[in-house]
Design a protein around this ligand. Sequence first.
Ligand SMILES: C[S@@+](CC[C@H](N)C(=O)[O-])C[C@H]1O[C@@H](n2cnc3c(N)ncnc32)[C@H](O)[C@@H]1O
Length: 268
Amino acid sequence: MCTFTVKNNQSNFRHEFTNSLSCRNEMPEASPCDHWSAFYQQQSILEPPSAFARFVAESFLQNENQSLKLSNVNRRNSKKYILDVACGTGRDSLFFAESGYDVIGVDLSAQPLVKDQTTSKSSSWRFVQGDMGKLHLIQEPSCFADPEFFFDAIYFRFCLHSVPPDVQTAALRYAHTKLAVNNGVLCIEARSVKDDLYGKGVRVGEHAYEATTKQSPAHYRRFIVLDDLVLELKQLGFSMLFVGEQNGWAEYGNEDPVVVRVVAKREV
Ligand SMILES: C[S@@+](CC[C@H](N)C(=O)[O-])C[C@H]1O[C@@H](n2cnc3c(N)ncnc32)[C@H](O)[C@@H]1O
């Protein structure tokens, strides 16, 4: 069991990580993740962390000038807390946990690899089953419900393009409420409208297509317009620390998609 305590002037908060899986929170009646369930079933080993996880860790979590010293919460310990939204197998969660952070990974479906990894590899990683559009309904672990607990980083990798715009907005709005002011970082990487896969399959919404994959006859992808994402983030109260769009950042097998990357901080 890994326990962490957060203290501020008014009160003490004690949150507990346990290795025992898992918390199940509000779930949709039908999972839209058939593609991912089938995809993960085929994986027998955990893949290495993404290039984005390394980029975030090197550029925004370890930099002395941008180190995540909390200004709004005076913590007793020096632990940093990361929320990995739609963590998948948890490969990036594990990377952050092994780099010294306490990590909570949330995903719509609990994958076998997540269970293996969270139970055996790291006591600093907790998995929670939940919908990124309903993060506000998650009650366990208690830091979710604690209005005075804030994450040092909230991380969305390759998931915003998996959900409709209203789910994206709900997730980003939640992230704004739970990110530490000033030094917390919101980290996003997602497929761009400039990706070669854009326009493939059946159009089901603005910039959204359902395409046949090996795992699913109708895999949903909503490609991201960088300017729209940045505008939405600004309207929610974030300011941008890094904005980029290119290929070469998320190579996977034969694929080299054009992706958007945004790192932002929360304004008061
Ligand atoms: C491309 S995978 C990315 C996994 C991981 N972030 C990574 O980079 O390796 C997309 C993930 O989003 C999850 N997902 C899709 N819709 C979701 C939702 N509404 N709430 C939570 N997770 C969701 C899927 O289950 C899948 O694990």
